[in-house]
Design a protein around this ligand. Structure first.
Ligand SMILES: NC(=O)c1ccc[n+]([C@@H]2O[C@H](COP(=O)([O-])OP(=O)(O)OC[C@H]3O[C@@H](n4cnc5c(N)ncnc54)[C@H](O)[C@@H]3O)[C@@H](O)[C@H]2O)c1
Length: 344
């Protein structure tokens, strides 16, 4: 280990969740000590089971809305604690808001006490239903502060405010990443996010539910690319002092995603259209120029390659059969046409 990669003690709030558990894996593999704090609202013990006997892994079952007591000296804190899927964050909207506001404030105080660097997982949802496309970090967003998504969107916006006030007042080296839709193994199969929904429905032979016309777009980032970006932001020597988008700029309509999932799973499931939820954003695509410039970061995995790693994980987890064609290299027609369109 070199001086710059000296062993650190790192707290990961939300470390038993989808992204947080991959982050714990990477930090432990890099030789650090990891303290995971999670209330298991949406996280799962399965995500961290393999780490339980690791000598440098400690699990604290706790809610960040309450002050977190840690007796070890901390070097870094990542705050990923917050349900990320709409049905989950809307199930207890007040707790979601408090998690982002009170929980983030508690962790910032812990960072201040320890002189630890702090990274806040924010979201593309701070742009709301954007009027600018693609979304650059300087765009202030178009968010409905009274709608059913506000507990998440406005909570994350307030958490960003807390971070930048702590930074401006010289109290905490706080950094903010704005995460765009991320997918991969360990997403909860039933949490209602679009990629997991479509894969699980296709594997079960159930109708694929598309909300609205399916013409709304999203950009999908594979989880290992996201984790590389957030670790990069935490460790870049000069704090950029501004939020940084991390996501994959490849833009797909939901119908295109559904077609790709059907093609890659070999499923014969039909498509079923349901009404669009309130305040659902129409277009989503990150401008990642800032991440490229400041962190020398860009995503490596195109959607088809990420799905080729994700679909078998869902099949195994749910004990569902994969069709025979999965054993061949998957380069779907739709992917090649879409990639050409995205890069043209
Ligand atoms: N995955 C994405 O596409 C995406 C996109 C944008 C932002 N994010 C952000 O990244 C972070 C991680 O998202 P994820 O996809 O892993 O979601 P997730 O729901 O799988 O993980 C969140 C974790 O936080 C825990 N948690 C929630 N509230 C808590 C509280 N009050 N105290 C302690 N633990 C709590 C949950 O139990 C879970 O383990 C979240 O902050 C989310 O807002 C994710």
């Amino acid at each position: 280990m070199t001086a710059s990669t000296k062993k650190k003690t790192i707290l990961v709030a939300g470390g038993a969740g989808f992204v947080g558990s991959h982050l714990c894996d990477v930090l432990l593999a890099d030789g650090h000590r990891v303290i995971c704090v999670d209330n298991f609202q949406t996280g799962s013990m399965d995500n961290v089971r393999a780490l339980r006997n690791h000598p440098d892994f400690k699990l604290i079952h706790g809610d960040i809305c309450e002050p977190i007591i840690v007796r070890e000296q901390l070097d870094q804190i990542y705050n990923l604690a917050c349900p990320a899927s709409p049905p989950q964050y809307q199930a207890d909207p007040i707790h979601t808001m408090l998690t982002s506001v009170v929980g983030t404030a508690n962790l910032l105080k812990l960072a201040e006490k320890n002189g630890a660097s702090f990274l806040q997982a924010s979201t593309s949802e701070v742009y709301g239903d954007p009027e600018q496309h693609p979304q650059h970090e300087d765009y202030w967003g178009h968010v409905n502060c009274t709608g059913p998504r506000a507990c998440y969107d406005e909570g994350k916006r307030a958490a960003e405010t807390l971070c930048f006030d702590m930074l401006r007042t010289g109290r905490v080296d706080a950094r903010v990443v704005r995460i765009f839709n991320t997918y991969g193994p360990r997403m909860s199969p039933n949490d209602g996010r679009i990629v997991s929904n479509l894969i699980v429905q296709a594997l079960r032979g159930e109708p694929l539910t598309i909300y609205g016309s399916g013409e709304q777009t999203r950009s999908f980032c594979f989880v290992s690319d996201l984790v590389a970006g957030i670790v990069g932001l935490m460790n870049v020597s000069a704090n950029p002092g501004v939020p940084v988008n991390i996501g994959n700029p490849g833009e797909f309509t939901i119908s295109e995603l559904a077609d790709l999932v059907l093609e890659m799973t070999g499923s014969a499931s039909p498509i079923k259209h349901l009404p669009l939820p309130v305040d659902d954003p129409q277009r989503r695509r990150p401008d990642i120029g800032r991440a490229k410039k400041l962190l020398d970061w860009e995503p490596r995995l195109p959607l088809s390659e990420g799905l080729a790693l994700t679909i078998p994980w869902f099949a195994e987890t749910l004990d569902l059969k994969l069709p025979k064609q999965r054993s061949t290299t998957i380069r779907p027609r739709s992917e090649r046409a879409l990639a050409a369109a995205v890069h043209s």
